[in-house]
Design a binder for this molecule. Structure first.
Ligand code: NAP
Length: 274
């Protein structure tokens, strides 16, 4: 019988995860199907407890279930607990549910893939945004050896909350200070919704960026955000958000199927065509 996996979200129609995983399922001849599962908040507890009994080996979790899913799990990885959210669930045959989070891994792998010489310890990182994605990025930066993570969020309280959770290496600044601290950072990450289709662009004084800075936008719709275009014009190395999406998915694929799939150019082209 084929193994099943899927993505739980609401809405889930826009998700690129089925394309990603089914590409690898075919490429590595895994006897499996990966399906989108549109599940409301109300139905989530019943669905998550039923999937293991239906032949599902695991599932990705996306908005709005990333935090609440942890309540229904029997085990939680250290990184998932620290991040306070899960994006990958693994089901065992006895029905037990284990939560992990591969977003931070996906972020770090993507930067290393695009800029092999990148070292988080080389200089301060600046994270813009303090939502769920930001938590995964901060965790990954600290794991990778960052000595200082400058954090800025429109709502400062949320950034202060993260500083308390992640400790003194995280330093919080006001939103209005953003342009003036750009010159201090070697790695700059947009972890806000700014730049996404339907949201205002992230407009920064890019002339303040170091020319040797690496600038990463987590937004991938559109792929070339104004922030990335401006940074590239300045001479910075611009890394888009699609790579993180592919690398976090690769880690989930390995958790379920035991194969770490290659993040290749054909997959990227397929995703851009969708
Ligand atoms: P989230 O938890 O909803 O957080 C949203 C963040 O954006 C908050 O920091 C919020 O600030 C900020 N924000 C929203 N509108 C803003 C505005 N007009 N001006 C300034 N700040 C604004 O979302 P998330 O899950 O962290 O996702 C954040 C971004 O990362 C999204 O664009 C998402 O698509 C992307 N993402 C990409 C990947 C990938 O694989 N590439 C993975 C996960 C997420 P406040 O706290 O002030 O509201």
């Amino acid at each position: 019988m084929s193994i099943l996996a899927g993505v739980l979200g609401f809405p889930v129609r826009h998700s690129k995860s089925p394309l990603l995983h089914n590409y690898w399922i075919e490429k590595y001849s895994v006897n499996a199907y990966y399906v989108p599962l549109e599940v409301s908040r109300l139905d989530f507890p019943e669905v998550i407890n039923t999937l293991p009994k239906m032949g599902f080996r695991g599932a990705n979790v996306t908005i709005p279930h990333k935090e609440s899913a942890l309540e229904y799990c029997h085990g939680v990885s250290d990184r998932s607990a620290l991040i306070g959210a899960t994006n990958t669930l693994k089901f065992s045959s006895d029905g037990a549910i284990f939560a992990d989070n591969t977003d931070g891994y996906g972020f770090a792998q993507n930067i290393k893939h695009c800029v092999p010489s990148w070292k988080a310890s080389a200089g301060p990182a600046l994270v813009i945004g303090a939502g769920g994605a930001s938590r995964a990025i901060i965790h990954a930066l600290l794991e990778e050896g960052a000595m200082e993570v400058m954090l800025v969020n429109r709502t400062k309280d949320r950034a202060e909350f993260l500083r308390k959770e992640f400790g003194a290496k995280v330093v919080v600044y006001d939103w209005i200070e953003l342009d003036s601290i750009l010159s201090e950072a070697l790695t700059i990450i947009n972890a806000t919704s700014r730049g996404m289709r339907g949201y205002p662009d992230l407009e920064l004084k890019v002339e303040n960026l170091r020319r040797d800075a690496i600038v990463n936008d987590l937004v991938y719709t559109p792929i070339h955000t104004k922030f990335l275009r401006d940074a590239a014009k300045r001479g910075c190395r611009a890394v888009d958000g699609l790579g993180m999406l592919m690398h976090q998915a690769a880690a989930a694929f390995e958790i379920w199927f035991g194969i770490l799939p290659e993040v290749d150019g054909e997959l990227r082209r397929n995703l851009l065509r969708k």
